[in-house]
Design a protein around this ligand. Sequence first.
Ligand code: NAP
Ligand code: ZN
Length: 347
Amino acid sequence: MAMAKGYAATDASKPLVPFSFERREPGDDDVLIDIKYCGVCHSDIHQARNEWGNSSFPMVPGHEIAGIVRAVGKNVTSFKVGDRAGVGCFVNSCTKCATRDVEVEQYLPGLIATYNGFEADGVTPTHGGYSDHIVVKEGYVLRIPDNLPLEAAAPLLCAGITLYSPLRHWKAGPGKKVAIVGMGGLGHMGVKLAHAMGAEVTVLSQSLSKKEDGLKFGANAYYATNDAATFKMLAGTFDLIICTVSTGIDWNAYLGLLKVDGSMVLVGAPENPVPVHAFALIPGRRSLSGSMIGSIKETQDMLDFCGEHGIAADIEVIDIKDVNEAYGRVLKSDVRYRFVIDMASLD
Ligand code: NAP
Ligand code: ZN
């Protein structure tokens, strides 16, 4: 066992505080990564505040991890000391399966979350990336393309893959009209990725305050959802709507923006149930779906795609002592567009 330093939520109503804990020594199949940067995802906030009702404390959040390999076990072949490495939302997936399903492993029951989960023994808690190092099985470690700065690549490990996967699954590309609802951490990645895939991209944001940035990220159009005229003007427009909003909104109004056979995909995960009227779906044979991150294979595809297209997150780098303030700003949609913790600030 080695001691790790980090920040933890000790209960749902308290700010994060400095926290020391034990990490396992790397085994033969493990990679030990010195964490350099970790993104702040809205899911960290939902879980640190137990908004999904599944939190266990103390909790070291963080699943947008980018760092440098410090050590590898003797069976590890794809990473060596000094390599750039990433870790996303899960650190194991096949604990209950005979063979690892590399296509849809994120939906399997044996998934072990990077934090707020338990190792395969069912008792040892997993702790995330708001910390100085992490030990992860080789098969769950990602390669970060050399041309992307580590700090701007970190958010790809969750925000990037969470948008890339549904964009690919629902075939965003030339001739497809895609709307991204909410331009925060996930949403701004969605705009960049959908644009790079060749889709026609529209942002639906609460106001026009971030319009210039949206167009810079590759959006073809940008509308304010606080203007009722938007919903009239865009009725029946989109093949695909990806909703990244972290709270309840009028889902029925957004469903009305889909074309016949269009799909709205929820990736935003609000605390409360989603009320939908049958007649928001029936006329137009519309679908409402959900999507969760992506497999390790797809995450690597996404990172390689981002490397080829020079895509990374727009970020604000912060010291770890400022993480509670950053949470407050995320809740006010006051982030451009992802906070990333510089782990050197732990010293
Ligand atoms: P974020 O940076 O806070 O972005 C959320 C955006 O939603 C905000 O920037 C804002 O966009 C919009 N929004 C917030 N409050 C709103 C309101 N009252 N009405 C309308 N729009 C509102 O959060 P994030 O990190 O991107 O995460 C977004 C959600 O996705 C969270 O619920 C998170 O837990 C979830 N998530 C899901 C997955 C998955 O696998 N499915 C993975 C990661 C995160 P505008 O300012 O543009 O309006
Ligand atoms: Zn996340």
